[in-house]
Design a protein around this ligand. Structure first.
Ligand SMILES: Nc1nc2c(c(=O)[nH]1)N[C@H]1C(S)=C(S)[C@@H](COP(=O)(O)OP(=O)(O)OC[C@H]3O[C@@H](n4cnc5c(=O)[nH]c(N)nc54)[C@H](O)[C@@H]3O)O[C@H]1N2
Ligand SMILES: Nc1nc2c(c(=O)[nH]1)N[C@H]1C(S)=C(S)[C@@H](COP(=O)(O)OP(=O)(O)OC[C@H]3O[C@@H](n4cnc5c(=O)[nH]c(N)nc54)[C@H](O)[C@@H]3O)O[C@H]1N2
Ligand code: SF4
Ligand SMILES: [Mo]
Length: 735
């Protein structure tokens, strides 16, 4: 790793390239083209700036460097670099597909036939079973414009309460904890550029070296300028290798760990009493709870030795400024909301929030993980991050939409609950799905696939024939990324603009056009404006601005022109002459009394802990060269070459005990299912834990195993922990 540091420090181009390759990045060519389009990557929440030129022999556009965009300054990971591969006709959908009868094959169809079929099917289910029997499932990769109009379509045209999205599987626990503590939920309360200026940064269950490689620069700069980096992960990841201190708890140990650190901070007199008194409420209860989590007890629960706990507490507690950033590691648990709450408590007690270069933040995940949750795809929310149960919010949004507030449905089911109930009495019977591939990515995916099959009508809008699209009755091919305009909101709360660089293939339509066509066929309420489903993204955005005005996520002052001129605009931005809000909470928190609220939580076990029958922890996550369910990246040759298939990561001691050799196929079994993949033996993981990436379908599908136990507040499933049995596949005990 030191080589990567040296490379950055000394600027040696060969070492620099080697370091970049290590992190999976490609430094793109600087050659700029006259007709180049400045835009952003289609994948993760960093939303790296890139320039599209071309075409080339292999793809209709070429990715070029866009060094002036501040977040990534030209650096891209291999996924962003290779994104044009998905524009090619041979990997993507180029026209609608229809299934004439259940179990029959998908055949090509024209748009009128496909749209008529969808509208007739949705209308029939609505007439027979009521509007809530029609469901919508969206995605955090959809642009703000798509997400906004999908939410509007569900509430106004379908009249259903049942719309939710894959972001429920992503940042929902952090979002819930954010709101509970600060009264507002934005991934990071500060721009990434602040990271190198903090004194001590704790990264909890985040592996940005694989999940956001260009962001690693900020952590590296932090250390170069004398700051301390602590990483908490059951695996010694590439990110952990960058750290001054790596704590390696058992999966699910983070809640106890944070409480243990708070205990030590209190015991060592490192509480910032002045800050606590002036800017927070509820400390006494949090202190009492932390006192019950003394170091020996925390060591027993987490497996982290007391001396390491002390070291971490001292480093963080004594630092002048500090940040805690969580990602999916501590969040994707049935106690995810409380866990994030405990880490926020640690920040509050030590005065590391609401001040420059300090605070708690969540690294959001999908390209529009932030914006996707703000504008109405979530079951309980209306645009502008408004509550669907708040009468004033309903009135405001109804006025923008031109409908009666009473016609807007109430909150619907959360993502897993919606999927779990598909086809059941009282459940959703017809589902419109856009921007997700739950047949691979949902917990307990075998069961979810069976539920998807039981639907009267499944409609999937996608770019490719994903595993979920294969189950559909109607597949609608929609435009992607370089073929359309649209905004996304990155992990910093920075609203950025993707620009159309080329025309889509003839049979492909924009999602906005599809929604308008379906609305026309299904009918809209009387008095509904004729332009209520605009097909121009900028027009949709202007309506979104009005719908969000006055809400938490206020976009009223943001325009396409401003975004282009300003490297993005941070929300809240209530007026065109407002500069946008790069840093939140410096004067007050967004709670009614302006004070942050301690969570006062206590440790509890996971829904399913290892036992005699299933003695090991399984945790799951990501690898550098695949993205999510793999629907996109498994279609890109160079990414497949780098990450060809699933595997089961395990410690050499465990492998020896089980008689498993490196590369040998192993069977992993949980109470819900079984998966088979080759062993990858490494001492970077705890001996009581195995790890599987979740990017693949078929026999190696990690989500055949995962536990859909939900967090009571966020409704997040327990992706990061379930109990399993592991054995060589050949010698597997027959059940
Ligand atoms: N290459 C790539 N990049 C991506 C994505 C992708 O699929 N591929 N997806 C994007 C999206 S949507 C997201 S949400 C982000 C996710 O980004 P990350 O959260 O960084 O990714 P994960 O690999 O899911 O989890 C991070 C780490 O959590 C650790 N972990 C597992 N269980 C626990 C636990 O109980 N406690 C702690 N402390 N750690 C634990 C894992 O070992 C893993 O190293 O990445 C985004 N970027
Ligand atoms: N075991 C385990 N499971 C997990 C996780 C984990 O850590 N472990 N992480 C969870 C997390 S954080 C997430 S975010 C989910 C993600 O999992 P998914 O929700 O399955 O996300 P993707 O694989 O990105 O699927 C997006 C789909 O939408 C398509 N698409 C892309 N852009 C558009 C568009 O503009 N319009 C339309 N209509 N379609 C589009 C893509 O081609 C792809 O088929 O997985 C969750 N599942
Ligand atoms: S880090 Fe994320 S946004 Fe940047 S190039 Fe890679 S996938 Fe794209
Ligand atoms: Mo995510």
């Amino acid at each position: 790793m030191s080589e990567a540091y040296r490379a950055r420090n000394i600027g040696d181009p060969v070492a620099k390239q080697r370091a970049a390759t290590f992190l999976g990045m490609t430094l793109t060519s600087t050659a700029a083209l006259a007709a180049a389009t400045d835009t952003h990557c289609p994948y993760c929440s960093l939303q790296c700036g890139m320039r599209l030129g071309g075409p080339t022999a292999d793809a209709p556009v070429e990715v070029l460097e866009r060094p002036d965009f501040p977040v990534n300054r030209g650096a891209l990971c291999g996924k962003g670099r290779s994104a044009p591969a998905l524009l090619a006709r041979d990997v993507r959908l180029t026209g609608p597909l229809l299934r004439d009868h259940p179990g029959g094959p998908l055949r090509s169809a024209g748009w009128p036939e496909a749209l008529d079929r969808v509208a007739a099917g949705l209308a029939r289910v609505r007439a027979e079973h009521g509007p809530d029997a029609v469901g919508v499932f969206g995605g955090g990769g959809l642009t703000n414009e798509k997400a906004y109009l999908l939410g509007k379509f569900a509430r106004v045209v379908l009249g259903t309460a049942n719309i939710d999205y894959n972001g429920r599987f992503c940042m929902s626990s952090a979002a819930a904890a954010h709101r509970r503590a600060f009264g507002l939920d934005r991934g990071l309360p500060f721009p990434l550029e602040d990271i190198p200026h903090t004194g001590c940064l704790v990264l909890v269950g985040a592996n940005p070296a694989e999940t956001m490689p260009p962001a690693v620069r900020y952590f590296r700069e932090l250390r170069e300028t004398g700051g301390t980096l602590i990483v908490v992960d059951p695996r010694r990841t590439r990110t952990a290798e960058l750290a001054d201190l790596h704590l390696q708890p058992r999966p699910g140990g983070d809640l106890a760990l944070a409480l243990g650190l708070l205990h030590l901070v209190v015991a060592d007199g490192l509480v910032d009493e002045e800050f606590v008194a002036r800017r927070t409420t509820g400390f006494e209860q949090a202190r009492a709870s932390a006192m019950a989590h003394w170091p020996d007890r925390v060591e027993r629960i987490t497996g982290v030795p007391v001396h390491r706990l002390r070291e971490a507490a001292r480093l963080f507690g004594e630092a002048e400024t500090g940040m805690v950033l969580t990602a999916r590691g501590p969040e994707q648990h049935s106690k995810g909301t409380d866990t994030v709450g405990a880490w926020i408590d640690l920040c509050l007690a030590t005065g590391k929030a609401g001040r420059p270069y300090s605070g708690y933040g969540c690294l959001t995940g999908q390209g529009n993980g932030q914006g996707g949750r703000e504008h109405g795809q979530k079951a309980d929310q209306l645009p502008g991050y408004r509550s669907i149960e708040d009468p004033a919010a309903r009135e405001h949004v109804a006025a923008v939409w031109g409908v009666d507030p009473a016609t807007i449905p109430g909150p619907g089911k959360s993502a897993y609950e919606l999927l779990d109930g598909l086809g059941e009495p009282g459940g959703v019977k017809a589902l419109l799905l856009a921007g997700s591939n739950p047949a691979v990515s949902a917990p307990n995916a075998g069961h979810v696939t069976e539920r998807l099959r039981s639907l009267d009508l499944l409609v999937v809008a996608d770019l490719v024939l994903s595993e979920t699209a294969r189950l559909a009755d109607v597949v609608l091919p929609v435009t992607q990324w370089a073929e359309e305009d649209g905004t996304t909101t990155n992990l910093e709360g920075r609203v950025i603009l993707r620009r159309r660089a080329l025309d889509p293939p003839e049979g492909v339509r924009s999602e906005l056009w599809v929604l308008r066509e379906l609305a026309a066929r299904l009918g809209v309420p009387e008095g509904f404006p004729a332009d209520g489903f605009p097909v121009e993204a900028e027009q949709a955005f202007d309506e979104l601005r009005r719908a969000s005005a006055g809400g938490d996520a206020d976009y009223a002052g943001i325009s396409y022109a401003r975004i282009a001129a300003e490297d993005g605009v941070f929300w809240p931005c209530p007026a065109e002459d407002h500069p946008g809000t790069r840093r939140l909470f410096l004067d007050r928190f967004a709670t009614p009394d302006g004070r942050a609220r301690f969570a006062a939580v206590t440790h509890r076990p996971a829904d399913e802990e290892p036992d005699a029958a299933y003695p090991l922890y399984l945790t799951t996550g990501r690898v550098l060269s695949q993205y999510q369910s793999g629907a996109q990246t498994r279609r890109v040759a160079e990414l497949n070459a780098a990450a060809p298939g699933p595997y089961v990561e395990m410690h050499p001691r465990l492998a020896e005990r089980l008689g498993i050799a490196d590369g040998e196929p192993v069977a992993v079994t949980s109470r819900r299912g079984r998966a088979v993949a080759p062993a990858r033996i490494t001492d970077a993981i705890r001996p009581d834990t195995v790890f599987m990436p979740f990017h693949w379908a078929g026999a190696g599908r990690a989500n055949s195993l995962t536990n859909p136990a939900l967090d009571p507040v966020s409704r997040m499933p327990e992706f990061k922990l379930c109990a399993v049995r592991v054995e060589p596949a050949q010698k597997e005990a027959t059940p």
